[in-house]
Design a binder for this molecule. Structure first.
Ligand SMILES: Nc1ncnc2c1ncn2[C@@H]1O[C@H](COP(=O)(O)OP(=O)(O)OP(=O)(O)O)[C@@H](O)[C@H]1O
Ligand SMILES: [Mg+2]
Length: 293
């Protein structure tokens, strides 16, 4: 016969905890911000241009978007969006200001957390700095639909912690062998620290489609040969003078020149279907905190 007192005990004990965890996980698939990281390894490939256009377009479509400029100390997302933030993630990590005080509102209602310029505070963050920063950023997951993290060049500790925690990464590269080689190194690192990560690749600033496609083919073949896996192809963004003009105007190209070839390509990147699924089973910043240990 069924022992009801035992079920009651189980509900209160480990079984109950399991049910709660399962319920929380089910909630996480429908609530909490989706997080997408934008990285490349190599500098100057167009990460910040892509991240700012992505954030702007998703905000224009009605999502609550937070752009985190993680290029601490060398930030420039605020310039691309025409913003002048007083505070940055260094202040947030130090506890000088609250997260909501550091955020500035940009085009289409997106919010930016700047990386700060010329302040050494978080230029080369260590475990303790990142721990404080991730704890401070954790509440943002309840207030936004999408968090876009714009990484600086290289594979610093902070970037690797993000790669270990994120469900989704956009890898931005040039068509040149130098860009592809750094993108390969970053991709390899990402799948090593996070085997379930979903990675999409964009070849930016391509002179033409055949050049972009050839670069993608070379990259994909190298990945298959040495890693037995490959990223997904999102597409390419052409080299377009409208981008340089948008930098000068400090308005994303998807807003300043929506009919330009680059804007149309960024629009396609913003519609990459995995962006709608970029949720982890537990809170992103909790996973990032665990990755620091
Ligand atoms: N599709 C494009 N067409 C023309 N110019 C482009 C394009 N994408 C980027 N650029 C130019 O390249 C410059 C560098 O881009 P961006 O700042 O986004 O690179 P990044 O990868 O973020 O660099 P960093 O590694 O320093 O953070 C931009 O200022 C812009 O003028
Ligand atoms: Mg950048």
């Amino acid at each position: 016969m069924l022992d009801l007192s035992r079920i009651d005990f189980m509900r209160r004990g480990a079984f109950g905890r399991m049910l709660k965890t399962e319920r929380r996980m089910r909630q996480r698939t429908t609530t909490g911000a989706r997080v997408v990281c934008v990285a490349s390894g190599k500098g100057g490939t167009g990460k910040s241009i892509l991240a700012s256009n992505l954030a702007s377009r998703r905000a224009e479509r009605g999502e609550r978007v937070l752009l985190v400029d993680f290029d601490a100390g060398l930030a420039n997302a605020h310039l691309l969006l025409g913003l002048s933030p007083t505070y940055d993630l260094g202040h947030v990590a130090a506890g000088t200001v609250r997260l909501d005080e550091a955020l500035v509102e940009g085009p289409h209602g997106l919010f930016l957390l700047s990386g700060g310029v010329g302040r050494p505070a978080l230029a080369d963050p260590g475990r303790r700095d990142l721990d404080r920063l991730f704890r401070a950023l954790r509440p943002a997951e309840d207030d936004f639909d999408l968090i876009v993290v714009d990484h600086g060049a290289g594979m610093g500790f902070g970037t690797v912690a993000h790669l270990a925690a994120t469900s989704t990464l956009i890898l931005v590269t040039s068509h040149e062998v130098t860009g592809l080689s750094d993108a390969y190194a970053l991709y390899k690192r990402a799948i090593t620290v996070n085997p379930t990560i979903r990675v999409g690749m964009v070849v930016n600033r391509a002179p033409d489609e055949p050049t972009a496609t050839a670069a993608w083919t070379r990259f994909r073949e190298a990945c298959q040969r040495f890693l037995r896996t490959q990223p997904e192809w999102i597409g390419f963004v052409p080299a377009d003078p409208a981008v340089a003009r948008s930098v000068e105007y400090r308005v994303p190209v998807t807003t300043s020149a929506p009919d330009s070839a680059a804007a149309r390509a960024f629009e396609r990147v913003s519609s990459w279907p995995p962006l709608d699924l970029a949720r982890t089973s537990s809170a992103f910043y909790e996973r990032a905190l665990r990755a620091l240990r």
